[in-house]
Structure formats: C-alpha cells, structure tokens
Design a protein around this ligand. Sequence first.
Ligand SMILES: [Zn+2]
Ligand SMILES: [Zn+2]
Length: 281
Amino acid sequence: MKVKFWGTRGSIAAPGRDTVVYGGNTCCVEILLNCGETVIIDAGSGIRPLGDHLMATRERVNVHLLMTHVHWDHVQGFPFFDPVFKPTTQIAIDGAPRCIKGLRAIFDSGIGDGFFPIRFEDLRADIHYLDELRYGPLKIQNTTITTVPLHHPQGGFGFRFEEDGNSFVFITDNELTRKIWRGKRIEDFAPFCRDADILVHDAQFLPEDIELYRGWGHSDYSTALELALKAEVKHLVLFHHEPSRTDRDEALIEKKCRELAGEQGAHIKIEAAREGSELTL
Ligand SMILES: [Zn+2]
Ligand SMILES: [Zn+2]
C-alpha cells in the first residue's frame, strides 16, 4: 500500500512561502491499496488537487472516502473535488457515524444564504453511504479497515488498515492524555496501534503549551511519541500541523521529537507529514 499526503494542516488552510515544505492544505490522505483500489481519508482542502490528479490520470474515478469526523477542516474541500461533478464517478462513503450528514450540510445548509451555490442532489457522481464501519470492520478486497473512537469534541474515528501483512494507522484530531479520562489515556490507544508499520498521529500543539488547550481534542509530539513507543510502532508521522507554524518551526519539532526518542534509546523513524510526500508499506 502507498500513502500520499495531500493535506497535512489542521484547523484552516495556511498557504504561503512559510509553509511550502510541510504544506498548507487541510487534512486529506490518499491510500493506494495493492489491489488497485483508492481510499481517501477526509476531504479537507487537499482533496481539491487530489481530485485534479485523479481526473488527469484515470478514465473514471472510483474511490472510497473515509471520514474521521466532519469538522470544517476535514470537509471543506469536498465541493471542490471535481470528480463529484462527473456522472461516471463512484464514491463510497463511510467513517464516523453521521458523516454523510456533515458532507451534505456543506451544500444544503439553511444558515443565512447557505454555503455553496449548488445542492448536494445536483452532484452528478454516484455517491453512496456504506454505513458499515460503525458496526464493524470494512473489507476492500484483501484489506481490512477497523476503527477506534477519537477523544475529540463531537467524536470521530481513527482507522487501521491491514493489507498483505502491512499495517497503517491514521489517528488525527485525538487528544492523548497521561491521566484523568479512563479509556482516553495513551495506553488505551496502544492496542489499536500495536506493531503498526506506520502511525500517523495528531501533533497540533507543543508539550509546553498543551495545558492551555486541554479539551480542544489535539495532542503534542511527546504524547504521540509515547503512544508510538508503547505500541512498538516502526514509523511515526506527526500530523495536523498548527496553522501558524512555519516550516522552520515544524522542522524543529521533528528534531525535538527525534531527540526525545533518542534519549529513551528508542529505534523509531520519525517525521512530520509533508504535503506531496508518499510512503510505501
Ligand atoms: Zn482537524
Ligand atoms: Zn476536529
């Protein structure tokens, strides 16, 4: 399986010369399975260039779209995903419960004059809601996808992909804590991440600032690392970068996280997600 980052930023898009390395688009990740199927996680602003790429490289677009949750930065790109306007496109949607409601709301909100000039019903693609993941695993050929509930306002799902003996875990918008909430501590997420080849985890805030943002539903690199080490993950990718963080700041976080792992004698590959980068499992 191949994993490509089309949007790595959290909260709001952050384009500009200070974010060209790690990227300015909000959350969107493409997973190309060995069987040839494409799975997209989340529809942040990164799904717009992904849509252009799919239209340019495929005769027709046939994808799964898995939604972690429907906060703004995870749905805002959907109306600009060009394949939704093509009658040959097929999109199977699943993920957090009620995610289809959130995607429809971008088009059909009755707030003020609405958010978008066309209606969900006017999209020409075949968009169908599978609604399987809240009841159990989703199978796509020989890939099995399972979920874990997020510790995040309004909830959501993290995903684990297993294909041909490889495992990829994606958990964003998740607040890891060392105490307080039973069922929400670092060790409670470890079984889900156990022995993963790659773990992508939220690291929006800094360890020195995290107490200011308690309850906002995000983590910092030190707790993400602690989870990765507890679960004996091989490769940790820090994700959902804070929008005001520059490439210099993000490179420093990467360095500090590697140093922290080194101090503990851990052998783990660590990087911060870069828009446009691709990982192979
Ligand atoms: Zn987010
Ligand atoms: Zn969120």
